[in-house]
Design a protein. Structure first.
Length: 258
């Protein structure tokens, strides 16, 4: 409970410091009330970002800032299962996440949306596509969970190098949601018709970029982009942000011209 309260406090502070104006909306779903943060211009195409772990929130905010003039952005304010309240529980194994996302898009009256999923948010995006993809025009996944299994040894080794606290992180590792996420099958992936753009990152904490790229090529039939981005320690986020933003804007302009 103390950890949840601390995460909530940091999250509220993050919202207070956002460098753009936004409005909040609360939507009732089968699984509980969900908060939505809305920004961008009303007459622009919809862009949907399911939130994820607190570690990707800064990058998510940078994407929103970069694309706010090009899209009407809906940031789904949502935490992974380990941080959910008892009355708001979604299961990884069934279609709960997909149904939950479909209800949100339906009640927002969002159609032809661009969907961006980062890490855990990538898993949510995949579940949304598997459940019902008719409201989604294109999907962009950045080091998504749900395609390959995360590597525990890789995670522990990198954490050891970063903080030299192996014992502590072994304990955290057992509680990390991302290690419990199942991977989607080839039959599930091959049914997706939405154009899919995937970005893997070298030296990612959880996922091998080469394994992710290879598996994506193997299982998805609608894959349009499958890139490994170089991990330059001081430039990673800026480089990834630029590439993703340019890809999304290019696709948006192509949609407008069709």
């Amino acid at each position: 409970m103390q950890a949840k309260n601390e995460i909530a406090k940091i999250y509220r502070q993050t919202l207070d410091e956002l460098p753009f104006s936004f409005e909040r909306m609360q939507i009732e779903t089968t699984y509980g009330d969900t908060k939505i943060i809305i920004t961008g211009l009303e007459n622009k195409p919809a862009l949907v970002l399911p939130s994820g772990t607190s570690s990707v929130i800064p990058f998510t905010i940078e994407i929103i800032v970069e694309l706010a003039n090009h899209f009407r952005i809906y940031w789904i304010d949502f935490l992974p299962r380990s941080n959910q309240d008892a009355e708001f529980q979604l299961k990884f194994e069934d279609d709960s996440y997909g149904k939950w996302m479909f209800e949100i898009l339906s009640r927002l009256n969002v159609n032809n949306a661009f969907l961006i999923g980062i890490e855990f948010g990538g898993f949510v995006a995949l579940k949304a596509l598997m459940f019902d993809e008719k409201r989604i025009a294109k999907a962009y996944l950045v080091t998504p969970a749900g395609i390959v299994k995360p590597q525990r040894v890789r995670y522990l080794f990198k954490r050891l190098l970063q903080l030299n606290q192996l014992k502590k992180h072994r304990k955290e590792n057992r509680k990390t949601d991302i290690f419990q996420i199942p991977t989607i099958s080839k039959s599930q992936a091959s049914k997706m018709k939405t154009p899919l753009h995937l970005f893997a990152v070298e030296n990612d904490l959880f996922f091998s970029a080469k394994r992710l790229k290879k598996q994506a090529n193997k299982i998805f039939t609608s894959l349009k982009t499958n890139r490994i981005l170089n991990d330059v320690p001081t430039q990673t986020r800026q480089t990834i942000l630029k590439i993703i933003s340019e890809t999304v804007r290019k696709n948006k302009n192509e949609n407008s011209n069709n």
